[in-house]
Design a protein around this ligand. Sequence first.
Ligand code: GLN
Length: 490
Amino acid sequence: MSDLTSLTLKAALDGLNDKSFSSVEITQAHVEAVEAARALNAYVLETPDKAIEMAKASDARRASGNAGPLDGAPLGIKDLFCTKGVRSTAGSKIIGEFVPTYESTVTSNLWRDGAVMLGKLNLDEFAMGSSNETSAWGPVVNPWRAQGGNTKLTPGGSSGGSAAAVAAQLCLGATATDTGGSIRQPASFTGTVGIKPTYGRCSRWGIVAFASSLDQAGPMARTVEDTAILLTSMAGHDPKDSTSLPVETPDFASFVGKSVKGLRIGVPKEYRVDNMPAEIDALWEQGIAWLKDAGCEIVEVSLPHTKYALPAYYIVAPAEASSNLARYDGMRYGLRVEGANLTDTYEKSRAEGFGAEVKRRILIGTYVLSAGYYDAYYVKALKVRRRIADDFDQAFEKVDALLTPTAPSAAFGLGDRSDDPVAMYLNDIFTVTVNLAGLPGMSIPAGLDASGLPLGLQLIGRALDEGTLFSLGGALEKAANFQAKPAKWW
Ligand code: GLN
């Protein structure tokens, strides 16, 4: 039998259904792969016993004819999702050894449908970052290396563990979250597929909050169809999240493979930024050509407020983070450093518990929300955010979806950008607009750069129109025929 870890999620579900192998067998194969890949630091917690126990229960359900849509499929879970009885840290020292007494809605939905949990995946601290280097657990190493080199590269962030685990075949798919690009940029850096659905499509309940008006969960996997299967399970209205949308979840997989003939695709001229590597420009042109060949009509569109998106994001996101993170004070759970009095205990716990990037965000956020600066920064950023959303509304009067690069570079070396926050923030240039407008965005692996590293293309859709993205993503995937895999060095 071929290596069970190399199957797509779809092929694995088919194999489980026709009894080619059991969930225990495919789960065991993944448990072994995870153990052999510790050099990547993708998992911060392996739960092999739980995985085998869930796999046995799945095999029993299947034997009795009660298998769910994901039954028996082993998945990795970003450590931002609270998992009942299983340590959940958000990549932060301040949360310490917190073991939730409840399960996030998204992961509950996956277990309801029969999935198996392999463990918790590394991430930037509180999902703040683009390289997984802010994690209290240390950076994740990208399974991909440049041709002929052995420099350690970042898998991107903040869902670096999810991306590396999917690329290195340490799970069939993973959960991830995206506040400014954290599903799409790591997907681009690791040759995997990731979709950030419409804001409100997946419940945020039980996911550690970073910036509540931007945070959204989504899947990462090795094919467009696999992400569609996962999102169908993850999504759904949840009364426990007041921003969860009361809408039906379509069967997203039914959109993959549908003809895209006649769809109008916008190419935003403002995304042609200075200093973009020629290879990314070329890949973008290639993507345009692929969609044309598939029968799409290409239209140039303008999103004039794009240049204000990063500054607006780096006001809104830290503002919300500073407020969300006020709850970590050493009193209820996690790290507590005793001080001379209550205030001193707060200060010492927070000083020791938060990493440098998180502190930077709290400082920025507190500053832009403070009396006197609130109107100049925060309110202004909200107005810019509205303009950005309006730009998209206007574009979507003319087109059905947009095509852009996902990130302005391929994966870079660990440590290369950690001294320069602005250089790091520039990673998000093509992705943050989508979060600010609450739209769905998907990254599809489309090619390799000259050093053999993966590059992704991004599709942006209308609110609640993930279906069109799955059809277009399927068309791009077929045309790109991306078969490359990282050489196994770990
Ligand atoms: N890189 C962005 C940031 O650091 C986005 C992170 C995310 O989407 N969680 O804020």
